[in-house]
Write a protein that binds this ligand. Structure first.
Ligand code: SF4
Length: 460
């Protein structure tokens, strides 16, 4: 077994780690005499009421510590590499891969193609199962690690091989049977490509996938994202309004079947489909508790609920504020509606909502999460911005105030001559950021396709 160095980077206040006088820079050598291979091992070995830790302090001393704790209680420490192992890259060449559609010259971590079941468990990444070993599969089942998020794309094995450009992709579906039999909760995703895995192929996939419910608790259907950098790649087209209407009917048909059978809606169309079809978002009860927000499923419905809830807690008044909001084409009309709700209670707040066209990746990319600092800067220049510009936190890199193109919030703020306020995800934050002065808080959000900078684990 490869030995990784698990260097502690942070000890949380009030934690067992603090009580044990652990410090950043200390190394976890073993738990109960066993070396820790990765985060799966760590979680498993820590799940006990009595554990023995071997810690190597920075001065080279080795401490043997006996810890009595609640069964699932954690040490309360963070490691330099949260995966506790090297990241595994994918072995596919998917015809829809967004990383292949990025221009050259962006920061290196953005080009990393991960396909790691440990990341699925840790931070919700979707995995194709093509490089999940039997050993991993056994550990997931044995350690009861769930949910595991699976990128299905198609249940027709041949089509899956074609879409993932991997001759083992069809066979990899057999691992779903093992996870299902092992009772491992799963969520699924289908990236829909027009004329490839939609319509009849989707019908076939949903029929097959429905057999795994309710262990497979949800399947989202998201439309493929197409940037302008597709030269030499598989020809793919955008979906039309009529396609979106068809897709929604197909999804709603399956929702009815699954509600009757299992009491869950199971399959969900992402918000983009409803916007493209010009339909209202489904009511809250149809999202089964918002299991796939990261895939843009129910984000708008939840935002509206939260905005209304926050507004119901506030007394309106006549405060005067001039502000603007910048967002992508997809969400702009909806955000406008939300700002109008705020204005009903605060009539002297004037808000301009600016739709930022994605010049960087191309106009077919309409989500706010892929808007660059450069596009914001160019398109908001010389506009009436008021005293602050609100932007959603998903425009920024995880844990930093940095856009995809490495421009910073501060740079954009200076260039535009106004305050940039980063709005966190809950709808309450949109309301608060509009009606209150900026509190200069830093927002942390993960970008699921980007490798973190601390991913290189030292090898002993
Ligand atoms: S879409 Fe995901 S699995 Fe497919 S090639 Fe890209 S990174 Fe790999």
């Amino acid at each position: 077994m490869k030995k990784n160095l698990h260097v502690i980077s942070r000890v949380l206040p009030g934690s067992i780690g603090e009580e044990l006088e652990l410090e950043p820079g200390d190394i976890l050598v073993s738990i109960n005499g066993q070396p820790v291979e990765d985060v799966f091992d760590y979680r498993y070995l820590m799940n006990d009421e009595l554990v023995e830790l071997l810690i190597r302090k920075r001065n080279g001393e080795e401490w043997e510590l006996e810890v009595e704790k609640d069964y699932e209680e954690d040490l309360g420490v963070e490691f330099e590499n949260s995966l506790m192992d090297d990241y595994r890259s994918c072995s596919n060449h998917c015809i829809f891969c967004f990383i292949d559609q990025m221009p050259p010259g962006m920061r290196e971590t953005l080009y990393f193609k991960d396909d790691d079941s440990r990341l699925s468990f840790l931070q919700g990444n979707y995995v194709t199962l093509t490089n999940m070993s039997d050993y991993d599969l056994e550990r997931i089942i044995k350690f009861h690690l769930s949910p595991i998020n699976v990128s299905f794309q198609a249940m027709n094995p041949e089509l899956r091989c074609k879409m993932l450009h991997n001759r083992f992709a069809g066979d990899a579906l057999k691992k779903v049977d093992r996870l299902y039999e092992g009772g491992v909760t799963m969520n699924g995703q289908i990236v829909l490509c027009k004329g490839v895995n939609d319509r009849e192929e989707l019908e076939y996939s949903l029929e097959k996938l429905s057999a795994y419910a309710p262990v497979l608790q949800s399947v989202s259907i998201v439309p493929v994202g197409l940037s302008k950098f597709r030269d030499g790649l598989y020809p793919l087209e955008s979906f039309t309004k009529e396609d979106a209407e068809h897709l929604i009917e197909q999804v709603e048909h399956w929702q009815k079947i699954m509600m009757e059978k299992h009491g869950i809606h199971f399959v969900h169309a992402s918000d983009e489909w409803y916007i493209l079809a010009g339909r209202n978002m489904p009511e809250e009860g149809r999202y089964d508790g918002y299991l796939q927000l990261e895939n843009g499923v129910g984000m708008m419905r939840l935002l509206e609920t939260e905005v209304k809830e926050r507004l119901s807690q506030l007394e309106g008044d006549d405060r005067k504020i001039q502000a603007s909001v910048a967002t992508g084409k997809l969400a702009a009309p909806f955000i406008k509606k939300m700002t109008e709700l705020v204005q009903e209670k605060f009539p002297n707040i004037s808000v301009s909502v600016y739709t930022i066209k994605n010049e960087f990746f191309g106009e077919k990319i309409t989500v706010s999460g892929l808007i660059t600092g450069q596009d914001l800067k160019t398109q908001l220049k010389d506009r009436q911005l008021g005293e602050k510009v609100l932007i959603p936190c998903n425009m920024l890199r995880s844990g930093e105030d940095v856009f995809l193109d490495d421009l910073t919030v501060e740079m954009i703020s200076e260039a535009l001559g106004t305050e940039i306020v980063v709005v966190d995800e809950p709808g309450a934050d949109l309301v608060d950021c509009l009606i209150n002065p900026p509190d200069h808080k830093k927002i942390r959000r993960r970008q699921i396709y980007e490798q973190t900078s601390s991913s290189n684990s030292g090898e002993a």
